[in-house]
Design a protein around this ligand. Structure first.
Ligand code: ADP
Ligand code: MG
Length: 201
C-alpha cells in the first residue's frame, strides 16, 4: 500500500477517509489493523480488494497493481451480506460458481467448513432464519471455500458474543497456520489483534 488516500464526497461535503497510507505486508503473515470507528479501516480493505478505487496512491498484491476485484482473495465483510434467496450452502458455494469451479468437488470442503464454524444442521436454512452470528459464520465459510491465499477480514467476529469470538479466533489461527495464508484482519479490539497477529498497525 503506497501513499493511498481516499476522499468521499456526498451532499457537497467531502470526507478524507484515508490520507497518505503506506505499509507492506509479508506473504504468510497475520497482520491486524486496529483503530476506532470511522478511521477508514473498511475503506482501506475495500481498496485493497479492488472493490473501491483509491483517490490517489497505489496498491499491489504479489507485485501486481490492483485495478479491479481480485481473484484468490477471500473477503469477510463487517456485515454478512448473504443472498436472502439462497440457503446457507447456496451462499457458501457462490464463489465456486463465480469462478466456474466444480461444485461436487467443493461439497466435502463446504461440509468441513460448516462443521468448523458450528453451523451443522443449518445447511438448508435461509439467512432470515439465522441469528446475526450464524450469518457471519456462513460468510466466513464463503470466504474460505475456494481456499484463497489472501484473506481480508473486516471486524469479522465483532458482532459475536465473547466466547464464540474467542473460539473462532482460535479456528482462524489454526486455518492460517495449516494453510500458510496471508491474513489482513481489521478489528477494534486491541486484545484480539495482539492475540492473533505477527504485526499490528
Ligand atoms: P471504519 O471502517 O474505520 O469504521 P470507514 O472506512 O467505514 O471507517 O469510514 C471512514 C470514513 O469515510 C467515515 O467518516 C465514513 O463516514 C466515510 N465513508 C465511508 N464510506 C463512505 C461512502 N461510501 N460515502 C461517503 N462517506 C463514506
Ligand atoms: Mg468498518
Amino acid at each position: 500500500v503506497s501513499d493511498v488516500s481516499r476522499v468521499f464526497t456526498s451532499a457537497g461535503k467531502s470526507v478524507a477517509a484515508l490520507e497518505h497510507v503506506t505499509f507492506d505486508i509479508q506473504a504468510g503473515n497475520f497482520v491486524s489493523i486496529v483503530g476506532p470507528s470511522g478511521c477508514g479501516k473498511s475503506t482501506l480493505l475495500k481498496i485493497l480488494s479492488g472493490l473501491l478505487p483509491a483517490s490517489s496512491g497505489t496498491v499491489a498484491v504479489n507485485g501486481q497493481a490492483v485495478r479491479g476485484p481480485l481473484e484468490n482473495v477471500g473477503m469477510v465483510f463487517q456485515a454478512p451480506v448473504l443472498l436472502k434467496w439462497r440457503s446457507v450452502v447456496g451462499n457458501i458455494l457462490l464463489p465456486v460458481e463465480f469462478a466456474r469451479l466444480d461444485i461436487p468437488s467443493h461439497t466435502e470442503r463446504t461440509k468441513a467448513l460448516i462443521k468448523l464454524v458450528g453451523l451443522e444442521g443449518f445447511e438448508e436454512m435461509y439467512p432470515h432464519q439465522l441469528s446475526g452470528g450464524m450469518q457471519q459464520r456462513a460468510s466466513l465459510c464463503r470466504a474460505l471455500v475456494t481456499d484463497p491465499q489472501l484473506l481480508l477480514m473486516d471486524e469479522p467476529f465483532g458482532a459475536l458474543d465473547a466466547m464464540t469470538r474467542d473460539e473462532l479466533d482460535m479456528e482462524l489461527l489454526r486455518i492460517w497456520e495449516e494453510r500458510k495464508k496471508t491474513v489482513l484482519f481489521v478489528t477494534h479490539s486491541i486484545q484480539e489483534a495482539v492475540f492473533l497477529s505477527d504485526v499490528v498497525f
